[in-house]
Design a protein around this ligand. Structure first.
Ligand SMILES: [Cu+2]
Length: 340
């Protein structure tokens, strides 16, 4: 239905609006007219079985998700509170620190009503991940769904600060989505300096060692080795359908990455430790925080790591954490002076 001329005009207009050149292939697959931009969020993601954000640039003939400029194929998950017609709406975003609260939220569908039907992923219909924005607090919760589409869980934000909650789910008949919203715990707080690359975690008497690299734009294998009292742990228990559950978040903006277990219990090749393997794909160079949940002796433990993908970027690499801290301190001392 689109004439070449109209489409060209539309592309030019978009390029002007967004200051970005879009791949033409991402547009020709759309089933809307040149002025149908408003319909895009509703038109995509319906009945689409394509799972995790696929690479952009393929034909787009039958992939409605890629018909939407700037859709999941380009933007990493978790950065948006609404996508493809779905939205994440908490009852409140302000929570008293240090107090257990009944945290309630709904996922709204393209019709604006709470979604009540969900597909099961990793044994659950929805995974709620809550972190603080400096990525040194992490919680992985499984809220309860009531018949009217309201999710509820007990939640404690341990201290004052800004947090982000991610709902990771797949609406029945829809594609996998991760939506994120900010939460706020009132009070004074001092942000901690990011710890830098960290490949060994000590948690609850366990030592977990991370091996492997994250490569930009392609899946690569990372392995986590669990030991206790210097001995490898070989009787890990399945948790959420695997011997571990890994969440990876990009430092700085908390982009939420798709991570897949490399092997599952009962597949004839995956052992119950000490190694747990995952396929990780990162969208850019930079630092990523990884949170591993694993289960042993009936208890779930969380180990955390920081992985650096590629060269960290244009900032001088020699500027290490100590220097950054010193610079921040001296800048603070010079408050009110003309530091230049
Ligand atoms: Cu979960």
């Amino acid at each position: 239905m689109n004439t070449g001329v109209k489409l060209g005009t539309y592309v030019a207009a978009l390029a002007l609006i967004f200051g970005t050149a879009f791949g033409l292939g991402n547009l020709v697959g759309g089933d809307r007219g040149p002025d149908g931009g408003d319909a895009a969020p509703l038109a995509s993601g319906r009945g689409d079985q394509a799972g995790h954000g696929e690479q952009s640039g393929h034909g787009g003939q039958d992939d409605h998700a890629s018909a939407e400029p700037g859709a999941a194929a380009i933007v990493p998950a978790g950065l948006q509170s609404a996508q493809d017609g779905y939205g994440l709406t908490p009852e409140t975003t302000t929570i008293t620190p240090g107090e257990a609260t009944d945290f309630r939220f709904v996922v709204t569908g393209p019709d604006g009503r709470p979604v009540t039907g969900y597909a099961t992923r990793h044994e659950k219909k929805l995974h709620l991940i809550v972190v603080n924005r400096t990525l040194d607090e992490f919680q992985h919760l499984h809220p309860e769904l009531t018949g009217d589409g309201v999710w509820t869980t007990r939640l404690t934000l341990p201290e004052a600060g800004d947090y982000r909650a991610f709902a990771d789910f797949a609406p029945e008949g829809g594609k996998d989505l991760t939506l994120g919203v900010d939460l706020h715990a009132a009070g004074d707080y001092t942000p901690r300096t990011p710890a830098g690359v960290r490949r060994t975690a000590e948690v609850d008497g366990y030592t977990v060692r991370l091996d492997g690299e994250a490569s930009v734009g392609s899946a690569s294998k990372v392995t986590l080795r669990v030991s206790k009292d210097g001995k490898p742990v070989t009787d890990l228990e399945p948790y959420l359908g695997a011997y571990g559950h890994l969440v990876a978040l990009r430092a700085g903006d908390l982009a939420y990455l798709h991570v897949h277990p490399d092997g599952v219990p009962g597949d004839g090749r995956t052992t119950a430790g000490p190694d747990i393997a995952f396929q990780v794909e990162v969208p850019s160079r930079g630092d990523y925080r990884l949170f591993l949940d694993f289960k042993h002796d009936g208890v779930v433990h969380t180990a955390d790591f920081t992985l650096r993908a590629g060269d960290p970027g244009a900032w001088p690499a020699s500027r290490d954490d100590a220097e950054t801290e010193k610079a921040a301190k001296s800048a603070h001392e010079n408050d009110g002076d003309d530091a230049h």
